[in-house]
Design a protein around this ligand. Structure first.
Ligand code: ATP
Ligand code: MG
Length: 273
């Protein structure tokens, strides 16, 4: 097991945000954590990356107990995080933002840089542009790229699709799949539950600081309770659905296959022959 979070409790002052949460992530997996606003998703990721201390429980990464390890050492150990709200350095160029992701690592990062530019050609085109003037979607790409520069064994992604147009959402999800295919394990937090479940191997459902369900992602996509709570109101389009919908929208008009009336319909009183 690459990452084991065992019965952790996390507090903000006296308020318990995480109340005995356990999750496991296997090498090579995409695991997603879904849940409503305030459920504790961001807190869970921050606790894994060392930005929040835990009050009970432990975190084991790559065989070692890292519960008390400071955050910067966790980065070196192989935990990469692309934070909620992106955290791009606005006054630094795209290239410098990316280099910040690898500054703590020994040796050259040219290979990682080339790989990030290959995954995100837009970042390569804009390498001299200031981070703060990149669009929302581009800043999201930059945040993920910067996390990849540290060569993480596991990449923690907090709401990578937040605020992005549907087409860009789809692109970000495809890139996450590609990052995983190239060997990086992914722990993904998403409000866009349907799409997260459509690319993940396994999923956990988080409610007010506790895991209430865990299952293969495909199973949760069909779970009536999960559908009602997290996949409602048009958000239940998978990447495949969206691609199909876009293709259909782009295709020229075709004759209705169901034999229905043409758009203007038959005149009133006309009887079918
Ligand atoms: N800095 C903080 N101080 C006090 N309470 C906090 C702090 N950060 C988070 N909380 C509380 O902890 C709980 C979990 O918050 P968290 O940000 O982890 O939720 P989330 O699942 O990521 O929500 P969202 O989907 O809105 O991002 C919430 O009740 C939140 O109000
Ligand atoms: Mg959050």
């Amino acid at each position: 097991m690459l990452l084991e979070v065992e019965d952790i409790h996390v507090h903000y002052g006296k308020i318990a945000a995480i109340k005995g949460l356990s999750i496991e992530v296997e090498q090579g997996e995409i695991v997603t954590l879904i849940g409503a606003n305030g459920a504790g998703k961001t807190t869970t990721l921050k606790t894994i990356s060392g930005l929040r201390p835990l009050t009970r429980g432990r975190i084991v990464f790559d065989g070692a107990d890292i519960s008390k390890m400071p955050g910067h050492r966790r980065v070196l150990a192989g935990i990469g995080q692309s934070p909620e709200g992106r955290g791009v350095f606005p006054g630094m160029t795209v290239a410098d933002n990316l280099h910040m992701g690898s500054y703590a690592r020994k040796g050259s990062a040219e290979k990682e840089l080339a790989e990030v530019y290959e995954l995100f050609p837009r970042l390569a085109e804009r390498k001299n542009q200031m981070g703060g003037t990149m669009s929302g979607g581009e800043q999201q790409m930059l945040a993920i790229g910067r996390a990849l520069m540290a060569k993480p064994k596991v990449l923690l992604l907090d709401e990578p699709s937040m605020g992005l147009a549907p087409k860009l959402v789809q692109q970000i999800f495809s890139i996450i799949v590609e990052i995983n295919r190239r060997g990086t394990t992914v722990l993904l937090v998403e409000q866009n539950a349907a799409q997260a479940l459509s690319i993940a191997h396994r999923a956990y459902v988080l409610e007010t600081g506790r895991i209430v369900k865990s299952a293969p992602a495909a199973e949760l996509l069909d779970d009536p309770q999960v559908r009602a709570a997290y996949l409602g109101s048009g958000a239940d389009m998978t990447v495949e659905d969206q691609v199909a919908a876009e293709k259909a929208a782009a295709a020229p008009d075709v004759t209705r296959a169901d034999g229905g009336p043409p758009p203007d319909g038959p005149a009133e009183g006309d009887s079918p022959s």
